[in-house]
Design a protein around this ligand. Structure first.
Ligand code: ADE
Length: 458
C-alpha cells in the first residue's frame, strides 16, 4: 500500500478534494492511504501561530521552520522519506516523474502558503522541488492533489484494468487519439468508419495517425522527440534481429535516446534502469558510457569490447544470452486452456521455483500484471512473464508437467498478449539452455547472430 502524507495548513482541502474520486475509492480499499497532516498542530507558539514576516522585508508572511520540521518528524519518525515540496520554483512535473514517484512506498508532500516556507527547513527535509506548471497558485494543496492523482493512478489496482494506465497520453510522447461512443450518429456527425470495421490493425493504424497529427499540431516539442525515436527505430531496423531490444524499447515508449550518431547508440530504459549500448569502436564505447545515467543498474551490450570496457569499470557479468524475436503478426495457437494472469498470491510459489530474480522483482512484475500461470486441475504448475525492460522470460514448468506442451502454450499465450499491444515479442535465452532454444524455434522465433551480455553495475 502506497502512503501519501500531506503536510498542509488546509488538511480539509486534501480530504475533501480527493475522497469522492477514484483516488478516494482506492484509499477506501486500502490500495493507497492519504494522510493529511495539519502543520498548525505542531507549532510551539501560542494561538496556533505558524507564520512570520520575512527578514530583509517584502510582502506577506512565511511559514516558520519549527512547525514544518516537527510535522515532518512526526510523519517520518526520522526515516529518510522522499519529500516533495510543491513550488513554482521546482522541476516541472510530468509523466516520467509520476512514474518515478509511484515506485516509492511512502511519499511526503509539503504544501506552502503565503509567500512560502523558511528556506532552512526546506534544506533540512526536502528531497524534490516540484512545480505543476508555470503559473502561481495561492497554495500548494491543489498541486499536491494533482501529483497524488497522477501517481496513484499508476499503482496497480487503483484503476480497474491493467492496460488503461499504460496506453494513454505521453506514453510514447504522443497525445491520445480521439474516441467515440454510442450513438453512431450524433448531431449529424458519424463515428469514423474504420472504428466500426472490427479490423484491429486498421484501427490501430488510424489511431496512431490521429495521435501523430494532433501531437504535431498541438505539441511540436513532444512531436520532435517522437520523430527522433522513429528515425532511430528505422535505422536500427536494418539489422532487426540484433537490434530488436532497442527498437522495441523505443517503439513501446520506454526508451530515452541518450546518444545516437552513426554507429554509436545509447538508449536508456527508465522502467528497468537499463542502458542498451552499441558502439563503433572501443573509444566511442568509452564515450557512450559517460551518457549512462547514474541510476543505471544494467547494461545490455552485444559487442565483446563493450563487455570488456564495463568489466574494467568494475561491473559484473550477469548472464550471456542469445536474442530471439517473433516477427509474425498472427497470434499463435494456445493448446493448454487454463492460463490466467497471476496476482500477489502467487509470489511465494514463483520465488520458490525461480531463483534468477529477487522476490522484490517478482513482486513488481506481479503487480504490473504481466505474469501468467498455467493451471492443471486448479493447481498452478508453471508460469511465464514479461521483464521490466520488455522481453519475454521468467518461464518455468514443474518437472512432472513437462513434455505436455505447457511451456509452449504459456509462451504462445504471452506472445499473443504482446501482439495485441502491437509489440514485437522478443526474449533472451541464457547460453546453454538448449531446451529453451528449441522452444523458441518451434514457436517460430528467429535467433539473432550476436551474443548479448547483461552486465550489472556494482
Ligand atoms: N504552489 C503554488 N504554485 C504552484 C505550482 N505552479 N506548482 C506547484 N506548487 C505550487
Amino acid at each position: 500500500m502506497m502512503k501519501f502524507h500531506v503536510l498542509t495548513l488546509f488538511p480539509e482541502m486534501i480530504k475533501q478534494g480527493l475522497s469522492p474520486s477514484i483516488i478516494g475509492k482506492a484509499a477506501e480499499k486500502n490500495i493507497i492511504a492519504i494522510n493529511p497532516v495539519n502543520i498548525r498542530d505542531y507549532t510551539q507558539e501560542r494561538h496556533g501561530k505558524v507564520d512570520d514576516t520575512p527578514y530583509g522585508g517584502g510582502a506577506g508572511m512565511l511559514i516558520q521552520a519549527q512547525p514544518v520540521y516537527d510535522a515532518h518528524r512526526a510523519v517520518s519518525g526520522g526515516r529518510k522519506l522522499r519529500t516533495v515540496y510543491v513550488t513554482p520554483q521546482g522541476r516541472p512535473f510530468d509523466q516520467s516523474l509520476a512514474k518515478e514517484l509511484a515506485k516509492e512506498e511512502e511519499l511526503i508532500l509539503l504544501c506552502g502558503h503565503y509567500e512560502g516556507i523558511d528556506e532552512r527547513v526546506l534544506e533540512e527535509v526536502v528531497t524534490d522541488y516540484v512545480s505543476i506548471g508555470d503559473y502561481v497558485l495561492t497554495g500548494g494543496e491543489l498541486a499536491a492533489m494533482v501529483i497524488i492523482d497522477a501517481v496513484a493512478r499508476l499503482i496497480p489496482g487503483v484503476l480497474g484494468n491493467e492496460t488503461s494506465a499504460q496506453e494513454e497520453s505521453f506514453h510514447n510522447d504522443l497525445l491520445e487519439y480521439p474516441q467515440y461512443s454510442r450513438p453512431e450518429v450524433w448531431k449529424g456527425k458519424s463515428v469514423p468508419k474504420v472504428l466500426l470495421s472490427g479490423n484491429h490493425r486498421e484501427i490501430n493504424k488510424w489511431r496512431l495517425e490521429q495521435s501523430r497529427e494532433r501531437t504535431e499540431r498541438v505539441r511540436p516539442d513532444l512531436y520532435e522527440r517522437y520523430e527522433a525515436r522513429q528515425q532511430l527505430i528505422k535505422r536500427l531496423s536494418k539489422d532487426k534481429r540484433n537490434n530488436i531490444h532497442i527498437m522495441e524499447c523505443l517503439a513501446r515508449g520506454h526508451g530515452e535516446i541518450l546518444y545516437a550518431k552513426g554507429e554509436d547508440i545509447a538508449v536508456y530504459n527508465r522502467d528497468s534502469s537499463t542502458c542498451m549500448l552499441k558502439a563503433a569502436s572501443p573509444e566511442s564505447g568509452r564515450m557512450l558510457l559517460k551518457y549512462c545515467p547514474d541510476e543505471t543498474r544494467w547494461h545490455v551490450v552485444s559487442q565483446a569490447f563493450m563487455k570488456t570496457l564495463l568489466l574494467e569499470q568494475g561491473c559484473q557479468e550477469f548472464c550471456e544470452c542469445r536474442q530471439f524475436l517473433y516477427t509474425q503478426r498472427e497470434p499463435l495457437p494456445v493448446q493448454h486452456k487454463d492460463i490466467r494472469r497471476l496476482g500477489l498470491e502467487s509470489l511465494e510459489y514463483i520465488c520458490a521455483h525461480y531463483d534468477m530474480e529477487t522476490p522484490e522483482y517478482i513482486r513488481d512484475r506481479l503487480l504490473a500484471g504481466v505474469i501468467y500461470g498455467a493451471f492443471v486441475d486448479q493447481h498452478l504448475v508453471g508460469f511465464i512473464g514479461m521483464h521490466d525492460e520488455g522481453s519475454l522470460g521468467l518461464l518455468y514448468v514443474e518437472k512432472p508437467y513437462r513434455g505436455r506442451g505447457i511451456a509452449t502454450s504459456l509462451e504462445a499465450y504471452t506472445v499473443n498478449r504482446m501482439l495485441e499491444r502491437g509489440w514485437i515479442p522478443y526474449g533472451h535465452v541464457i547460453v546453454g539452455n538448449e531446451t529453451s532454444v528449441r522452444l523458441q524455434e518451434k514457436l517460430g522465433f528467429y535467433q539473432a547472430k550476436d551474443t548479448f551480455w547483461w552486465i550489472e553495475k556494482q
